[in-house]
Design a binder for this molecule. Structure first.
Ligand code: Z5A
Ligand code: MG
Length: 212
């Protein structure tokens, strides 16, 4: 608009164990941002709407069996097929609130025993989030939330391994939020963190790439 350089949107990722509240908080965040006149969209991975996403969905619901490396690469491919649209959206000023990303990709496969560097490799070159908000909850507490559904990874023993993998991936830039608080308290903390991030991106923070 005019001669003012268009400001870009922020790439915001929510991560955490199953039942930590990611999906609930992602949709609340999008409403909040829109209410503040900020263009925002809700994205999620896996994106089960694509051809690759349908293969992932079949695997997760135990309708198909796949080698651990193969499914890992499908999850990664599912992010790569959305990469250029992601970049366009961000560059044209839309903030993306993303429900799981490469960190879930690495954490779940590493929890099966795959080498962590091997797991990271196909993610290199994807857009790096401007913010990773980690919804922190113990596997035991998470499992008490309405119980798990029937999907492949929804078992307490496996979730404990995933929690360990997330600890290995965690770095100082992540914002850790206590996910055991009432939903509105988690929401309030996320709003402040995300709004700060959006402002930073509007002010010219450059986009960067994984894995950094
Ligand atoms: N996966 C992978 O292996 N590799 C990859 O690259 C990617 C994913 C991207 C499907 O993911 C699986 O794919 C997942 C990881 C793997 N494996 N598992 N298991 P998904 O995102 O489709 O999973 P989901 O089933 O949609 O979401 P979720 O993670 O299980 O839940 P959530 O989104 O974190 O939580 P929620 O749905 O918002 O809330 C869960 C319940 O808790 C619900 O009843 C809420 O009302 C309640 N809740 C939420 N917040 C609170 C608070 N604060 N207090 C009390 N109760 C709460
Ligand atoms: Mg969810």
């Amino acid at each position: 608009e005019g001669n003012k350089k268009e400001s870009r949107g922020a790439l915001v990722v929510l991560e955490g164990l199953d039942r930590s509240g990611k999906s609930s908080q992602c949709s609340r965040l999008v409403s909040y941002l829109e209410g503040h006149g900020i263009s925002a969209e809700l994205w999620r991975f896996p994106d089960r709407t694509t051809d690759v996403g349908q293969m992932i969905s079949a695997y997760l619901t135990n309708a198909s069996q796949l080698d651990d490396h193969t499914i890992h690469l499908f999850f990664s491919a599912n992010r790569w097929e959305k990469r250029s649209l992601m970049e366009t959206k961000l560059k044209t000023g839309t903030t993306l609130i993303v429900d799981r990303y490469s960190y879930s990709g690495v954490a779940f496969s590493a929890a099966k025993g795959l080498d962590i560097e091997w797991c990271k490799a196909p993610e290199i070159g994807l857009l790096a989030p401007d913010l990773v908000a980690y919804l922190d909850i113990s596997p035991e507490k998470a499992s008490e939330r309405g119980g798990y559904g029937g999907e492949r990874y929804e078992k307490l023993d496996f979730q404990k391994k995933v929690a360990e993998s997330f600890k290995d991936l965690h770095d100082a830039s992540w914002k850790v939020v206590d996910a055991c608080q009432p939903i509105e308290d988690v929401e309030e903390q996320l709003q402040e963190i995300v709004l700060n991030c959006v402002t930073g991106c509007q002010n010219g923070k450059p986009l960067s790439l994984l894995w950094s």
